[in-house]
Design a protein around this ligand. Structure first.
Ligand SMILES: Nc1ncnc2c1ncn2[C@@H]1O[C@H](COP(=O)(O)OP(=O)(O)O)[C@@H](O)[C@H]1O
Ligand SMILES: [Mg+2]
Length: 258
């Protein structure tokens, strides 16, 4: 059975998409079977995995949640080689789900119900969350075993933590008792900056044992790779970004598969 992990932070630009796609590739290179679910209507992770809206007239996560497509019919391969990980794409249509889900019975459970159908094919299902705490996000939290919270170390980076913790506790209590926070990842860390060192110190104090040892260093290739629709391992395999995400994957495996 797959372990399902959501990359969650209600802010944008903190490294959710970068972490989801690059960890997916790293885990895949470590021979794990991986499915990425793009749950953000911006579709950034879909684009990074090569999805092109114009020619890919296919079903997306919207259709799965609407109940008009089977999840198995939405799964795409990240590349054409036999050796690929899989993903479920999203487009702007997913914005409609927020409204449409409201009146549905079991509205928090629809993603989990769909993923249950494919769960046995994978070792890991990684979900790239939208930057808000709407119903799609609640669906991702209900479907997950773990949350990973990416943090960038800019000013106010830690401000949103209380809202995330509150939502996590609410979902755990009311909907999904097995949900755990696996850890917080510093997704763009520069140890030369006192601001970043201070953010790390505060995080470790506030969430002891929950901050990943691996920090993703600020890395120009990580910033460039999305425009080339590539993960860091295909775009710049020798970069610090590739090194860091491989290390993070190892740390994640050690935590989960111990
Ligand atoms: N370690 C890093 N170094 C440099 N740029 C990064 C790094 N991590 C992410 N980025 C860039 O920061 C931006 C926001 O990251 P992204 O993963 O899209 O955040 P989110 O999904 O939370 O909105 C993207 O342009 C991404 O390429
Ligand atoms: Mg994103």
């Amino acid at each position: 059975m797959a372990i399902t992990i959501s990359f969650l932070n209600f802010k944008g630009g903190v490294g959710k998409t970068t972490s989801t796609v690059n960890l997916a590739k790293a885990l895949h290179m470590m021979k794990r079977k991986v499915l990425v679910v793009d749950a953000d209507a911006q579709g950034n992770s879909s684009r990074m995995m090569g999805f092109r809206m114009e020619k890919d007239k296919v079903n997306t996560l919207y259709d799965v949640l609407a109940g008009t497509a089977d999840i198995k019919e939405t799964i795409l391969m990240e590349n054409d080689l036999d050796d690929s990980f899989d993903y479920v794409p999203a487009t702007t249509s997913l914005y409609n789900s927020e409204q449409e889900l409201v009146s549905r019975t079991g509205r928090e459970m629809l993603l989990k119900r769909a993923l249950d159908e494919v769960n046995s094919f994978y070792d890991y299902i990684l979900i790239d969350c939208p930057p808000n705490n709407g119903l799609v996000t609640v669906n991702t939290m209900y479907a997950s075993d773990y949350l990973i919270i990416p943090i960038n170390c800019e000013v106010f980076a830690l401000d949103g933590m209380g809202v995330i913790t509150a939502k996590y506790e609410e979902v755990k209590k009311l909907l999904n008792p097995r949900l755990e926070i696996l850890g917080y990842v510093l997704s763009r860390y520069d140890r030369r900056l006192s601001l970043h060192k201070e953010a790390l110190r505060q995080m470790e104090k506030t969430f002891p044992d929950k901050v990943f040892q691996t920090r993703i260093r600020t890395n120009i290739q990580l910033a460039e790779s999305p425009a080339r629709r590539m993960n860091i391992f295909d775009y710049a395999p020798e970069s610090n970004g590739a090194e860091d995400y491989k290390k993070l994957a190892k740390e994640l495996i050690k935590k989960i598969e111990k």
